[in-house]
Design a protein around this ligand. Structure first.
Ligand SMILES: NC(=O)C1=CN([C@@H]2O[C@H](COP(=O)(O)OP(=O)(O)OC[C@H]3O[C@@H](n4cnc5c(N)ncnc54)[C@H](O)[C@@H]3O)[C@@H](O)[C@H]2O)C=CC1
Ligand SMILES: CC(C)CC(=O)C(=O)O
Ligand SMILES: [Mg+2]
Length: 372
């Protein structure tokens, strides 16, 4: 298969993890005989440092003429710590998601069998954890009107959703639930927020078209607690933008590190693949960032294009590194391995297609939720 892939490494650890993700894609290209055409472009603080715009027009144009985007992370403390900054790196990512209409961010969470001991939660609690968060990505409070009063002492962010915005991601989430354990949990704050009440009514109506899926509701505060108390109760979680952002960072802890969690951001036309973590500025340049979230994002990219054996080959290689203890310090404080060691090892383990024929995600140690 010939694929044009736009690379947007971004800031902080972004370039380090994307380098490793690309070496895995190149291994897939070599072993399975594909042609991946990479083109790189700046985004975030890196782009701002060279012209002030966190999403230059050329970067957006490149994404639009590519088959897929592989995104690292953006963000720099020099902007985070300046409340008066007019432009921020994060605006580059938000604008990119909006421009590409990537309304659904799919974040799978499960526990790798070899990492059970890494979880801060007890083994019997995390056993069977395998859920996927469908986070709405182009609406809600992150995109609503932002205001500051003239005296600067009052501020507001509008949380706004339309029926159509809710409905399109709800259908994707129900379809995913149908192919999984057939349970969908809508997470909202409908006891307080009008926008959440709209979510409930739209999703309840849509549920009628998916009678095989059981729909239940949880308030987000309770959901945050249930994730830690009993994560295996969840199958598909459907939620709005900010709740999904927060709950997925929380969910990542169940598996042992945020450095493991990939995501796919999809719309009708475009698709972008991105680790859920940020630019981890304290870790930048130290060769300590876990590249697995970015590498599993590559697996999601391959799966998006129907390349099942290739997807499995990447997942199997990741499993091998975890099993052999070739991991970064977030997974083992005493580890002598860096970002590049882990990335090189995983890329080297992506081997002959024949080895993987007939394998499925279950028997290589990952639940179905890894790749949708
Ligand atoms: N998608 C994106 O580009 C995102 C960007 N950000 C931005 O990133 C910057 C830093 O934000 P933080 O809140 O510190 O979140 P962060 O996700 O960058 O880091 C939080 C903590 O998670 C751990 N961590 C993150 N990625 C890791 C990796 N690959 N390997 C090992 N450990 C890892 C580190 O302990 C780190 O201190 C900010 O400017 C923020 O706006 C934050 C979240 C997402
Ligand atoms: C700019 C932020 C909304 C990025 C983030 O935290 C995320 O998408 O997980
Ligand atoms: Mg986040």
């Amino acid at each position: 298969m010939k694929l044009k892939i736009a690379l947007l490494p971004g800031d902080g650890i972004g370039p380090e993890v994307i380098t490793q993700a690309v070496s895995c894609l190149q291994a897939v290209e070599d072993i399975f005989g594909h042609q991946f055409i990479f083109a790189e472009a700046p985004v975030g603080a890196t782009a701002m440092d060279n012209g002030g715009n966190p999403l230059p027009a050329d970067t957006l144009a490149l994404c639009k003429r590519s088959d897929a985007v592989l995104f690292g992370a953006i963000g720099d403390p020099k902007y985070d710590n300046d409340p008066a900054a007019k432009v921020r790196p994060e605006q580059g990512l938000l604008k990119l998601r909006k421009e590409l209409e990537l309304f659904s961010n799919i974040r799978p969470v499960q526990v790798f069998p070899t990492l059970i001991e890494n979880s801060p939660l007890r083994k019997e609690i995390i056993n069977g954890t395998d859920f996927v968060i469908f986070r709405e990505l182009t609406g809600g409070i992150y995109f609503g009107e932002k205001k500051r009063s003239e005296d600067g002492r009052t501020a507001s962010d509008l949380c706004i959703y339309s029926e159509e915005e809710i409905s399109r991601i709800a259908h994707l989430a129900f379809k995913a639930a149908k192919g999984r354990r057939k349970k969908l949990t809508l997470v909202d704050k409908a006891n307080v927020l009008e926008s959440s009440r709209l979510w409930r009514s739209v999703v309840t109506k849509i549920a009628e078209s998916y009678p095989e899926v059981t729909l239940n509701y949880l308030f987000v505060d309770n959901a945050a607690m249930q994730l830690i108390l009993n994560p295996s109760q969840f199958d598909v979680i459907l939620t709005e933008n900010m709740f999904g952002d927060i709950l997925s960072d929380e969910g990542s802890v169940i598996g042992g590190s945020i450095g493991l969690l990939p995501s796919a951001s999809v719309g009708e036309k475009y698709a972008m693949f991105e680790p859920i973590h940020g630019s981890f500025p304290e870790g930048a340049g130290k060769n300590i960032a876990n590249p697995i979230a970015a590498i599993l994002s590559v697996a999601m990219l391959l799966d998006h294009f129907g390349l099942k054996e290739e997807t499995n080959a990447v997942i199997k290689a990741v499993n091998r590194s975890l099993k052999d203890g070739i991991v970064t310090p977030d997974l083992n404080a005493k580890s002598k391995y860096g970002t590049d060691d882990v990335g090189h090892f995983i890329a080297s383990q992506i081997t002959d297609a024949e080895d993987y024929r007939g394998l499925n995600k279950e028997n290589i140690g990952l639940g179905k939720s890894t790749i949708i």
